[in-house]
Design a protein around this ligand. Sequence first.
Ligand code: 0L1
Ligand code: MG
Length: 261
Amino acid sequence: MSEWTIESTVDELLRRERERTDGGRITDRWPGLDLETAYRAQDALLARKQRAGERVVGVKLGLTSEAKQRRMGIDSPLTGWLTDAMVLPVGEPVRMDEMIHPRVEPEIVFTMGRRLAGPEVTVEQALDAVATVHAGFEVIDSRYRDFSFALPDVVADNASSCRFTVSAESFAPDGLDLVGEICQLSVDGDLVDTATGSAVQGHPAQALALAANDLARRGLAIEAGWTVLTGGLTDAVFVEPGRTISAAFTTLGSLALTGKR
Ligand code: 0L1
Ligand code: MG
């Protein structure tokens, strides 16, 4: 491709998703792809999905923990869109034949009781707009080889969004200690990682405020009823056929996912 544009970037990323194939960084071929243009590409990619019948049901934050930022070599959080096609009902397997190289991470999830619009949303205002809190899993699946990307690449790729599961058990935010909430991540019964809610920007509601303030720069807001994934608490674990990944939270309950070829 001689000259890269937002539309050709979207074409390429959707082709990789459809054909379940990864590829090199767009920024290697389009060094002019800056962050602002990348978010325009993300919105254009969403518009294509909406034209194909998908409906926005929420927003996700990515790279909200220092551990994940260090691992991916990117020191900034980002946001992406969640659609109804990404919903993975509790108990359903992760269908690996629909994906490229899926990984799973446990998250604290909010459902919104009220619209939340930036700028200058505080953590208190963010938490006040939350209806319920849940344990959740995000299945991420980068359209880049080996999950190797610069920030504009992963932003254009809708923050590696693929699927997400939200536990049916719900909690009112009042009275929860979301900073101290512990999550233990196990693979086939073996504990592999532990983190607390403080890993997510110091407080998961801080991540929510960050999303509202970021979206406000694009003239957008978080709508009532939306789901918000606040970001991986621990590192993400690769899905394998037959592998069961489980997360046990102190208050929010437990969830498990199994990979299926
Ligand atoms: O949800 C996430 O934290 C992932 C954001 C994108 C980075 C990645 O693919 O690991
Ligand atoms: Mg995530």
